[in-house]
Design a protein around this ligand. Structure first.
Ligand code: CUA
Length: 334
């Protein structure tokens, strides 16, 4: 009994400690709402059973405790009625939980047809998320921008190891398995930023494989799409940064439309790093571990292995002025 309030207190502290409350109990869309409803239903059933069983136990301990002068209790052996009751009653409880669980599983699994739809492919890399919009012909990373009130149909793809796509406020986990393309859907009710996280151990930086779902009202999303579809402005002011981008070998791994790519469609598989075309417009960098600020980007370029050991970005041995030029150029890509 003493443990129950303690557990509740600890869990509320845990949930309260998270910025933006990325909790499954704080749903922001229909899929997460169904999942939260299932959680509360099962918790309700479990709490009822717990209270009844523990209540009977405690009542029995007090009522039948040994007192001075008490006669020896009546000795019994077996009680068929009681045994049937305590076998059948849990079976009924479990059956009800089973029905509710299966109903929820089908609800969250069935991708609705009709209404507003958006198709996205989420690609799991070690250790960052790439997001492809096949219809809009956009490739981005770390930020999954979606419109509100829309069925977001996510295809999950990996060609390295198993990852798992999880946005606690929006949808439960689904594994991203090489050679087995899973899919799922979610929808967002309100504009906002929702934390996403890889939820399957995938190597050294698994914990630092995060992303943001950024939900915009549909008109703002349309503006974002048309902005992303164009090459970023090529400002002569940042020519030194652009020249370094080419001469330091960045183009071996990273694509920028208008620099080493004609458009998003022709990005070759050899470009293993994030597409940087609209880098400056992103909220997160470095596989979701850093906010996109000039200071953080400079820190990253100075020594990527110190920020995120084991990642594929090499230390290029850049001087401070080279870093400044590259930061100014990359942050200008909007
Ligand atoms: Cu990717 Cu864990």
């Amino acid at each position: 009994w003493g443990l129950l309030p303690l557990a509740l207190l600890l869990s509320s502290l845990l949930f309260a400690a998270c910025g933006g409350n990325p909790s499954i109990l704080n749903p922001a869309g229909p899929v997460a709402q169904d999942e939260a409803n299932l959680f509360w239903f099962i918790l309700g059933v479990a709490t009822f059973v717990f209270v009844v069983v523990e209540g009977l136990l405690i009542w029995s301990i007090i009522r039948f405790r040994e007192r001075p002068g008490m006669p020896t209790p009546r000795q019994i052996h077996g009680n068929t009625t009681l045994e049937i009751v305590w076998t059948v009653a849990p079976s009924i409880f479990l059956f009800v939980v089973l029905v509710f669980t299966i109903r929820t599983m089908f609800q969250v699994d069935t991708i609705p047809t009709g209404g507003q739809q958006l198709e996205v492919t989420a690609v799991g890399h070690q250790w960052w998320w790439e997001f492809d919009y096949p219809t809009q012909k956009i490739i981005t990373a770390d930020d999954l921008v979606v419109p509100t009130g829309t069925v977001v149909h996510v295809k999950l793809y990996s060609n390295n190891v198993i990852h798992s796509f999880w946005v606690p406020n929006l949808t439960g986990k689904t594994d991203v398995v090489p050679g087995h393309d899973n899919e799922k859907w979610f929808s967002v009710d309100k504009p906002g930023t929702y934390h996403g996280q890889c939820a399957e151990y995938c190597g050294l930086q698994h914990a630092n494989m995060a992303f943001n779902v950024i939900a915009l009202p549909p008109d703002q999303f349309a503006t974002w799409v048309s902005g992303q579809q164009q090459a970023a402005a090529n400002n002569p002011q940042y020519a030194r940064g652009l020249a370094l981008f080419k001469s330091k070998g960045c183009t071996a791994c990273h694509g920028i439309v208008g620099v080493n790519l004609n458009d998003f469609n022709t990005q070759p598989q050899t470009l293993v790093g994030p597409n940087l075309t609209h880098f400056g417009s992103r909220d997160l960098i470095a596989g979701g571990v850093l906010k996109n600020t000039p200071e953080n980007l400079a820190k990253w370029l100075h020594d990527p292995q110190a920020v995120k050991p084991g990642n594929d970005m090499p230390n290029l041995g850049l001087s401070q002025s080279e870093i400044n030029d590259l930061v100014a150029y990359l942050e200008s890509l909007k």
